[in-house]
Design a protein around this ligand. Structure first.
Ligand SMILES: *Cc1c(COP(=O)(O)O)cnc(C)c1O
Length: 467
């Protein structure tokens, strides 16, 4: 089988899968045990023709796939792997560029330089920031906080990148109580500890309380990193950057913003106010594979202080002068040396949608979330637990009953919704109570999908409540 046949066959499978993803039950047809059984065989001793392998892969994988790329998937903030990004990613794989340096792969390096500038413009960040193309917001948080750690200790006369943390001055780390778990993971990876932090109280939408932040900042002496958030994973709310960042700056803190999805509010004229002041921070983590709809894996570590960024990520670049214009090496801004050329799908998505298309996408998701929330709130016994300002809604069921019964009804409604499978949504706990979480983050979810989703949820609730 030649390349053309093999790649075409794969592309045909891909297109067929995507064309039908919104049909049928919105859940995998098999579970993990089933998928394990489907793939289970002993280590192959000999060769298998490519065509057979491809067919086997499709036959065995598809029952265990979730309709994550479809318009009816509301679990987590998942993005949509837009066909344009997928097409660019297919080429990225075929081209097989090891995106370590610009000499080896001028195109992969150059596309990152251009896509970086576009990202900064879209997100309203200083154009002089450096951008590392990483796997997602987890590693973006890690990369940004590595630069923060190095820089605040450097300011205190300690070279952490060379000497590590043994004997280093302690760093005060301030973080909101409703920060994403992956930020705590990043702190853990960096030797800063996920528990050795000052957790700042948050309000009912998960936003850091400015008074509590002010008190914590007042107590800071020495190196400090303050971690804020754009887009709380349940409520979609953002910290009050315009108020908090200047407070942190009075103590010379490095301010990091985890904006995995929420930073994209910047792309929308109607939502931009939510992230007012975010540009005052020192670093920002965000995802391509959420709101920009690139395929997995794709995220961006954005840092104001380019030298701190490079120092944290590479020994080779640590103390070298900046590369000359046009000589940006992609590996100087990320933890990895060898990696895929993530710039291509980012470039393709931004070029395809353009500024106005991205704005429309963000607004469409938010408007759909709002529509679902409004429809649900009109049903007796269903309540929305947050103010829906972005793409996230929290739903509680049986709110006319005692809280424990409402917890149980919420769990049962989610199970019923998943059993019927018209849409997919999952559960979480919020403020000690069971909730359903709705995340609208797919490019295909429009008003008509929003209405269908609300209907599906209401009918699952009625079935559970009234039999
Ligand atoms: C999704 C998310 C993360 C983690 O991002 P990954 O892309 O999954 O690594 C971090 N913070 C927030 C707020 C998120 O929504």
């Amino acid at each position: 089988m030649d390349n053309r046949e093999l790649f075409s066959k794969a592309a045909n499978h891909a297109a067929r899968f995507r064309d039908h993803v919104a049909e049928g039950p919105q859940r995998p047809r098999t579970d993990y045990a089933g998928a394990l059984a489907d793939f289970s065989e002993t280590l192959p001793e000999g060769a298998t023709p490519a065509e057979t392998v491809l067919d086997d892969l499709v036959t065995r994988a598809e029952p265990g796939l979730h309709a994550m790329t479809g318009p009816r998937f509301f679990g987590w903030v998942i993005g949509g792997s837009h066909p344009m990004g997928v097409a660019a990613d297919i080429l990225t794989s075929a081209w097989g560029q090891n995106t370590g340096n610009h000499t080896a792969t001028p195109a992969a390096a150059a596309v990152e330089t251009i896509a970086s500038r576009w990202l900064l413009e879209l997100l309203g960040l200083p154009l002089s920031c450096s951008v590392g193309f990483v796997t997602g917001a987890t590693v973006a948080n890690f990369t940004c906080l590595a630069a923060a750690r190095g820089e605040v200790l450097m300011q205190a006369g300690w070279d952490a990148d060379a000497l590590g943390l043994f004997g280093a001055p302690p760093i005060s780390i301030l973080i909101g109580d409703d920060a994403h778990t992956t930020v705590f993971s990043a702190l853990q990876f960096l030797g800063l500890g996920h528990d050795r932090v000052v957790r700042i109280a948050t309000d009912e939408q998960g936003r850091i309380k400015p008074d509590a932040f002010g008190e914590a900042i007042a107590g800071v002496a020495g190196p400090c990193i303050a971690i804020l958030q754009a887009g709380q994973i349940n409520t979609g709310h953002c910290d009050d950057f315009a108020q908090l960042i200047p407070m942190a700056k009075t103590k010379g803190a490095w301010v990091h913003v985890d904006g995995a999805f929420g930073l994209w509010a910047q792309a929308s004229a109607r939502r931009r106010h939510l992230t007012d002041g975010a540009a005052l921070a020192d670093s920002w983590a965000t995802d391509g594979h959420k709101w920009l709809q690139t395929p997995y894996d794709c995220g961006y570590a954005i840092i104001r202080n380019e030298l701190a960024h490079r120092r944290a990520m590479t020994i080779a670049a640590s103390y070298l002068p900046f590369a000359r214009e046009g000589e940006r090496d992609p590996s100087h801004y990320v933890p990895e040396l060898s990696r895929r050329a993530r710039g291509f799908s980012t470039w393709a998505m931004i070029r395809h949608l353009g500024r106005s298309g991205i704005e429309a996408l963000v607004d469409r998701c938010c408007d759909a979330a709002q529509r679902i929330a409004t429809a649900l709130a009109s049903e007796p016994g269903i309540a929305i637990g947050n103010s829906v300002v972005l793409n996230q809604a929290i739903v509680r069921f049986g709110t006319d009953l005692p809280a424990e019964q409402a917890d149980a009804l919420t769990t049962e409604t989610i199970a019923e919704l998943q059993r019927v499978g018209r849409i997919f949504a999952g559960g979480a706990t919020w403020r000690g109570r069971q909730i359903m979480r709705l995340s609208v983050s797919n490019y295909q979810t429009d008003m008509s999908e929003a209405e269908k989703a609300a209907e599906a949820i209401i009918s699952a609730y009625r079935a559970v409540r009234h039999g």
